[in-house]
Design a binder for this molecule. Structure first.
Ligand code: BEZ
Ligand code: FE2
Length: 407
C-alpha cells in the first residue's frame, strides 16, 4: 500500500529538508514538495506527524551476538582474557537461559531503539528462528570457529549445515552470510574453505580482527595472555596462523572486520587498500579492556567504518544511540560536530554501503526503512550532535514500507 509520510523535516543525504513529503511503496518512491505528492498520489494513505518531527533512516547494527543475550552480570569485564575465561565458564548456562523469548526480547529492544537492520553473528544457529521471525532485516552471519586441525572436518560440516539451514529461510529482508570468528580461533584450512564458499556464493562476510593486545601478542610472538589459555584448553603452544596469513586470505573479498583496535599501521593500510570496512564497538572495547580504536587515524586514512553494539555478552544495551554517545565521549580528540556527523553515518549510510544494501538513507529508490523522531524544537544546526545527546522519542518505525507496531 502506497503511503505518503508528512513530517516537518526529512534527513536526506546528510542534510535536513523541509516542506517535503515522502511517498513510499516498499521502497522510497518520491521525495517532493508536499502539495505535489498529495496531488499526484490521491490513492495513497496519508500519515501526518506532529510538529517538529524528523523522518530519519532506520539504524543498522552490523554486529550483535543474539545467542548471548541472557548475560547481565555473569561475565567478567575489564580484561579480555579474564572475560574469555568467564565466557567459557558460563556459556552453557547462558545459552540455555536464552531461549526464544530472551532472544526475541533483545531483538525487539533493538527495534524499539530504531534498529531496522542487524547483523547477527550466530555461533550455533540457536538464534535462527528468532532472527527469521524478527521484524527487522537480518544479515545472518553463520560463524565458523575452531583452531584444531583434527576437528576441522566436523566443524566445517556443522558450519555448512547451519549455512544451508539459513539459506532455506524464505523471508524478505533475511540474508544468509558468513562470519569467520578470528585469526586465533579458526584454523587456516577452515578459513580458506569458508572463503571458497563465500566467493562462490557471493555471501556477505565478517570477522573479528585485532580485538585485544592478547590477540596481537599471540599472533605475532606466540606470547602473552593467550599462551596459558591455549595451552590449558587447546593444548597449543603456538598460533595456528599469523595475522598476515589470515589477512591475506581475505584479499579481494570485501569483509567487515570487527574491532581492529590493536592493528598495526601496515595492517590498517592493507585493510584500506583491500577495500575492507571496520566495525567499531566502543562500549565492548572499553568493557573488555581492549582500549579505544584510533578513530581519527582510520578516518583520516579514508577507511570505511561503522558503529555497532556487539552482543549483550560485552554490552549492557543493544542501542546504537547509546553506542554513539559513548563514542562521542571516548574519542575526545575528534572535533565534536564532525564526529557526531560521522557517527550518524556510521549507523546508517556506512553499514549500508559496506554490506551493499539499498538502505541507510531517505533517498528515492532505496528501501523504505525509516524512523520518525519527535524533536523538542525546530531542527537546528548541529542536528547530528543533538540527535546523539538527546536521543529523541521514536514515534514510528517503517521497515520496507510497512509501519511496524513495536511491543
Ligand atoms: C577454538 O575453538 O579453537 C577457540 C575458541 C575460542 C577462543 C580460542 C580458540
Ligand atoms: Fe563479536
Amino acid at each position: 500500500m502506497k503511503k505518503i509520510i508528512l513530517a516537518d523535516y526529512i534527513y536526506t543525504s546528510q542534510k535536513v529538508i523541509k516542506n517535503q513529503a515522502v511517498l513510499i511503496d516498499g521502497k522510497i518512491v518520491m521525495i517532493a514538495p508536499k502539495s505535489r505528492v498529495l496531488k499526484e498520489h490521491k490513492d495513497a494513505e496519508v500519515i501526518r506527524y506532529p510538529k517538529n518531527t524528523l523522518l530519519f533512516p532506520g539504524l543498522i547494527n552490523t554486529h550483535v551476538h543474539i545467542e548471548f543475550s541472557a548475560n547481565k552480570t555473569e561475565l567478567s569485564y575489564g580484561d579480555f582474557i579474564t572475560w574469555l575465561y568467564s565466557v567459557i565458564e558460563n556459556r552453557e548456562e547462558l545459552m540455555q537461559r536464552c531461549g526464544q523469548e530472551c532472544m526475541s526480547k533483545a531483538i525487539d529492544a533493538m527495534l524499539a531503539s530504531g534498529i531496522t537492520t542487524f547483523g547477527a553473528i550466530s555461533s550455533h544457529g540457536m538464534d535462527m528462528e528468532a532472527c527469521a521471525t524478527a521484524k527487522q532485516n537480518v544479515i545472518f552471519f553463520n560463524e565458523l570457529i575452531g583452531s584444531q586441525a583434527a576437528a576441522a572436518d566436523v566443524l566445517f560440516g556443522d558450519f555448512m549445515q547451519r549455512l544451508r539451514a539459513s539459506q532455506e529461510v524464505q523471508r524478505e529482508g533475511f540474508i544468509p552470510a558468513v562470519a569467520i570468528h578470528s585469526p586465533y580461533s579458526v584454523h587456516p584450512v577452515l578459513v580458506n574453505k569458508a572463503l571458497e564458499v563465500v566467493k562462490e556464493q557471493k555471501l556477505p562476510l565478517t570477522a573479528h580482527f585485532m580485538e585485544s593486545v592478547a590477540e596481537r601478542e599471540w599472533l605475532e610472538k606466540n606470547e602473552g595472555d593467550f599462551k596459558e589459555f591455549f595451552s590449558k584448553f587447546l593444548n597449543q603452544d603456538r598460533a595456528v596462523t599469523s595475522s598476515e596469513e589470515f589477512l591475506h586470505a581475505f584479499d579481494g573479498v570485501k569483509t567487515l572486520f570487527a574491532h581492529v583496535v590493536q592493528a598495526s599501521d601496515a595492517q590498517y593500510t592493507h585493510l584500506k587498500n583491500q577495500g575492507h570496512a571496520i566495525i567499531h564497538c566502543p562500549i565492548s572495547n572499553r568493557l573488555l579492556g581492549n582500549g579505544a580504536l584510533d578513530l581519527q587515524k582510520i578516518d583520516t586514512m579514508g577507511m570505511e567504518w561503522m558503529v555497532a553494539t556487539d552482543g549483550l555478552s560485552s554490552n549492557y544495551r543493544l542501542d546504537l544511540w547509546e553506542e554513539m554517545k559513548i563514542a562521542l565521549f571516548i574519542h575526545s580528540d575528534f572535533p565534536l560536530q564532525e564526529l557526531a556527523k560521522k557517527l550518524i553515518a556510521g549507523v546508517t549510510t556506512a553499514p549500508a554501503k559496506a554490506l551493499g544494501l539499498p538502505k541507510g538513507e531517505i533517498k528515492e529508490g532505496l528501501d523504505a526503512d525509516m524512523i520518525v523522531l519527535q524533536l523538542e524544537s525546530a531542527a537546528e544546526e548541529d542536528l547530528e550532535l543533538h540527535l546523539i545527546l538527546r536521543r529523541y522519542e521514536i514515534l514510528d518505525i517503517y521497515i520496507r514500507g510497512e509501519r511496524i507496531v513495536c511491543k
